[in-house]
Design a protein around this ligand. Sequence first.
Ligand code: NAP
Length: 247
Amino acid sequence: MTKVCVVTGASSGIGAETVRLFRLQGYQVFMGARREERIRKLAEETGATGLRLDVADSASVRSFVRELPETVHVLVNNAGGALGLEPVTETSEEAWLSMYQSNVLGTVRMIREVFPRLSRSQDGSHVVNVGSIAAIETYLGGAGYTGVKHALRALTETLRLEWLGLPIRVTEVDPGLVETEFSIVRFGGDTRKAAKVYEGMDPLVARDVAQAILWSVTRPPHVNIDQMVIRPRDQARADKVHRRTGN
Ligand code: NAP
């Protein structure tokens, strides 16, 4: 039987690579994000089914989930990201609310709506939440983002308690610096500022994280990978990065 995988935030970066890798493994993939044109192109490229999805909007999540097959084997909650890098005293409430909406409540909405379909799988199912090293560390200007990823970690761990005895595995994949559109979004479209984040160092690429997601899902059914922290070799902590300067 073909297994079904659902990926949120598939219009770029880690989500798009996850779609590609699961398709290569023969999964039937359903993916969503807000930028429909991107999703349409990736659907053409991979044969996955692309649908508009805004995880910050309950109605959008419900209509996305209505289009899914009755049984879902893998749910990858990847949609999210950071907004801003200001100190707490200068931070915008709007940015915090938006980060909470996509990273935390978006994940809760997806899990709540997909749960009946995950429960129908005879061979067990798997939820993978894409967290961050921001789930286990803090850094200057990062209170909003580290706050939401810490909350996501609490959610992941609580699910593992609440689902104990059910055949549903729960994994959190926590990457360090990955060069995607993440920093462009964080800095409101400022590509020069975004490029500085990765200057002089070798960041992870989206495929590194997608491979970790796939690896955790393809372990034997009795094995639960709780948490995977993956950093570039050039990064020791969120704020401790080795950069090569000059030639
Ligand atoms: P990215 O290239 O900016 O991708 C983010 C994806 O999330 C996009 O497809 C975006 O699609 C989607 N998204 C954001 N808000 C959404 C919403 N409300 N509804 C549906 N989709 C939404 O960045 P990325 O690095 O691949 O990020 C993926 C995940 O990895 C995020 O959870 C991020 O926090 C995490 N992460 C990234 C890094 C890093 O350094 N890059 C490190 C650790 C963790 P639309 O805008 O089209 O909706």
